[in-house]
Write a protein that binds this ligand. Structure first.
Ligand SMILES: NC(=O)c1ccc[n+]([C@@H]2O[C@H](COP(=O)([O-])OP(=O)(O)OC[C@H]3O[C@@H](n4cnc5c(N)ncnc54)[C@H](OP(=O)(O)O)[C@@H]3O)[C@@H](O)[C@H]2O)c1
Length: 163
């Protein structure tokens, strides 16, 4: 996703160098940590993996989060493609319930991944992802409410019906 997402954007804004380098660094270190967390021997993952039902539940939930994330990203980037440089009220799918539906999907993914792996790297990643995309979702939502007078008032920022 790290490489596919930017390549799919048409008509995006230029991005400053520092956030770009920081994102590449974050994704590389995080990827290495998660891989070592899974592959290192004697971690509890083997214990959890023996429980097939648990695993299946996590896998189904993880892929549900992934589908929410990808589908919402497709809807949002297609808005960018339609009208370059302008923002529109996003519509459709879970975006009808939360402005940050792509972030909600990402959150579900990381929580499920963390429960499935049950190790420190995945827990750290789940927490730090929330710290990163949570405020982003709140900021986007505030921006929409200020910019669009007719923005749906019952739509939340990140968690349907709650936040
Ligand atoms: N794991 C992490 O820590 C982390 C951190 C950040 C992001 N991510 C993931 O990376 C992906 C992208 O994140 P992002 O922060 O770039 O998402 P975003 O701010 O929602 O933007 C996604 C794309 O859609 C466009 N867009 C969004 N709302 C729009 C609107 N109302 N009208 C027109 N275009 C609109 C944006 O254009 P503009 O760029 O021009 O606004 C951008 O090209 C998501 O899947 C997210 O979950 C993960």
């Amino acid at each position: 996703m790290t490489f596919i997402f930017p390549l799919r954007i048409k008509g995006g804004k230029p991005i400053p160098l520092f956030p770009f380098v920081a994102a590449v660094f974050f994704c590389s270190v995080n990827g290495a940590l998660q891989t070592s967390g899974i592959l290192l021997p004697n971690t509890q993952i083997h214990h959890w993996f023996q429980k097939a039902r648990f695993c299946l539940g996590i896998i189904i939930l993880f892929f549900t989060g992934m589908c929410i994330n990808i589908r919402s990203d497709i809807l949002l980037t297609s808005l960018r493609r339609e009208k370059e440089g302008t923002y529109q009220t996003p519509r459709g799918f879970l975006i009808e319930y939360v402005s940050g539906a792509n972030f909600l999907g990402e959150k579900v993914e990381w929580i499920c991944f963390s429960v499935a792996c049950f190790n420190l790297p995945s827990l750290a990643s789940a927490i730090f992802t929330l710290c990163n995309i949570g405020p982003r979702a709140l900021h986007h939502h505030r921006f929409y409410l200020e910019k669009f007078e007719d923005y749906p008032k019952d739509r939340k920022a990140l968690i349907p019906f709650l936040l």
